[in-house]
Design a protein. Structure first.
Length: 159
């Protein structure tokens, strides 16, 4: 696994562009709420730590990860944001539903990055077990929300 040798929470503020003037959107899936709340909290804390003002964080909730692309699309179109972080968690079950949701979510977010001028950051955990999701949302591998926040800042400052 890619995260086995990397802690998702570590970042060096000296290598991160100025974030003080950025407006960042966070679209959060309500499905697997405990996991997505941890991811949101990690992203929020990192963005604030890097200088984003609280008033410049815009949060919207959507029912599930499948709905993230639409929520992000609407946020880009209506909220004048510099970047959006799509936060979700899909945990494998007994059917192929996992594969369809993961593929559709990844493709939807990728399409937004190609079609708009606003970066949309993929912060969707796609884990085999609840424990793996916990490990990546504040557990032994850190918090993917923090990594996504740093990516959002860097991408918003591109060019």
């Amino acid at each position: 696994m890619a995260t086995e040798t990397k802690n998702l929470s570590h970042y060096d503020k000296s290598n991160i562009p100025n974030a003080s003037g950025l407006r960042i959107g966070l679209v959060v899936s309500e499905w697997n709420h405990g996991i997505t709340e941890n991811l949101f909290k990690g992203a929020q804390d990192a963005l604030l730590d890097c200088g984003v003002e609280p008033k410049n964080l815009i949060r919207w909730n959507v029912p599930g990860s499948f709905e993230l692309a639409f929520g992000c699309k609407k946020m880009v179109a209506t909220k004048n944001v510099d970047a959006v972080i799509a936060i979700g968690s899909v945990i494998r079950g007994e059917t192929s539903h996992f594969d369809y949701v993961c593929t559709a979510t990844a493709n939807g977010i990728m399409d937004l990055n190609v079609q708009t001028e606003v970066p949309v950051i993929f912060c969707v955990l796609t884990d085999d077990t609840l424990q793996q999701a916990k490990d990546r949302s504040g557990g032994k591998h850190g918090n993917k929300g923090i990594e996504a926040a740093i990516a959002a800042i860097k991408m918003a400052n591109l060019g």
